[in-house]
Ligand binder design. Structure first.
Ligand code: SAH
Length: 355
């Protein structure tokens, strides 16, 4: 039995499925899902993320959240949460830096939202001294001030893809041609969730929309609006999604998304307007979208790199220089990745972001 067999049987029984249903099976099927069965990160895995490139990333995020916590009067206790913490590297770096802020470490309750048992183990090892609790879903976040980070989490949330036609939107679905998985378009229909995209698109355009991104954001934003806090959401994408951005990655190389389901990472660009609209609907403010490079420069990544470089050997020095470039340069991660902050309407945005 393979995930391909399971998906094929499902389509035979029920008909074609949305990209969202396909993605959910590929990534999180309880037995065969990509994240359920492995640690995908790093050089030996399928992709590398910012915190795995350098400690500077997590440190600066931690300090930005700690300053936001101080700006809001140091509420205690508060929830420090991460969505999809991977190996726990980002949180470890963030906590090392933020714990220097008096009172922060004793006031925080660390909560990790993680679907993968393999990655939960890695997180448990790294973060044991902070006694984290794990939850399956943001719905289980405590009713308390919430300071939260999500790096490369939203890109893994299942999304639906729609092709604009003259008479409405046609949803892209995964079906079968003989025994092979194939992509096809459903008939045209109205999609009220895409009404706000009628102005900036024309027939022939492709738009992606993640209902999960909306519901995750609504939950976070409602906690922040009710109890205070801040969220930093970092991911690749832009204000508006446009075009087909669903991609599969295996061994750091792209591959067709229908090839061997469950064996490759499957992601899409994040549509930050979805996040902004969901936050506003809950009475929560959001920052402007900042390119990752600009955000990190505003937080002082160059000074941090210089400090690390002092006393470093030649090899470490060139690694620090390379990491700084990779995280900030527009031709590397600096421009493709964006940062959006969520915060109460009565509070300033977390440092590094503007309104
Ligand atoms: N933030 C980490 C890892 C990014 S990979 C880093 O920057 O290195 C995506 C992470 O999100 C993984 O930890 C994965 O297991 C988790 N994840 C993906 N979809 C999820 C979901 N629906 N619920 C909970 N965790 C999820």
């Amino acid at each position: 039995m393979s995930l391909l067999d399971i998906i094929t049987a499902r389509i035979r029984g029920d008909g074609p499925i949305s990209i969202a249903d396909y993605m959910a099976d590929c990534l999180l099927h309880p037995t065969y899902g990509y994240y359920v069965t492995r640690d995908p990160l790093g050089a030996a895995g399928d992709f590398t993320t910012a915190p795995e490139i350098s400690q500077m990333f997590g440190e600066l995020i931690g300090l930005s959240l700690a300053q936001a916590w101080m700006d809001q009067g140091c509420p205690a206790p508060f929830t420090l949460a991460e969505l999809g913490p991977g190996r726990g590297t980002l949180m470890q770096d963030a906590l090392r830096a933020a714990s220097k802020v008096p009172g922060f470490a004793t006031a925080l309750r660390l909560v990790l939202v993680e679907a993968s048992p393999v990655l939960r183990q890695a997180q448990a090892k790294r973060l044991a001294s902070y006694a984290p609790t794990w939850i399956e879903s943001v719905a289980d976040l405590p009713e308390a001030p919430l300071f939260l980070i999500a790096n490369e989490f939203y890109d893994a949330l299942p999304l639906r893809q729609f092709h604009r036609a003259e008479e409405g939107w046609r949803e892209c679905r995964v079906g079968l041609k003989g025994d092979e998985l194939t992509l096809g378009l459903a008939g045209a229909a109205a999609q009220p969730a895409l009404d706000h995209r009628l102005e900036d698109t024309k027939p022939g355009d492709i738009v992606e929309f993640s209902p999960a991104a909306t519901s995750v954001t609504e939950t976070i934003a409602s906690r922040i609006a009710a109890h205070g806090g801040a969220a930093l959401i970092v991911d690749y994408g832009d204000w508006h999604s446009l075009g087909d951005t669903v991609q599969a990655l295996k061994d750091h190389e792209p591959r067709p998304i229908l090839h061997r389901p469950g064996e490759a990472d499957l992601t899409a660009h994040v549509d930050f307007e979805t996040i902004a609209l969901a936050a506003r609907a809950e009475g929560c403010a959001h920052s402007r979208l900042a390119p990752q490079g600009v955000f990190l420069e505003r937080l002082g990544i160059t000074q941090r790199a210089e400090a690390l470089a002092r006393g470093a050997g030649d090899k470490a020095l060139s690694e620090i220089t390379a990491a700084h470039r990779r995280l900030t340069h527009p031709a590397e991660m600096g421009n493709l990745f964006k940062v959006m902050g969520l915060f109460p309407v009565t509070a300033p945005p977390p440092p590094g972001l503007t309104v």
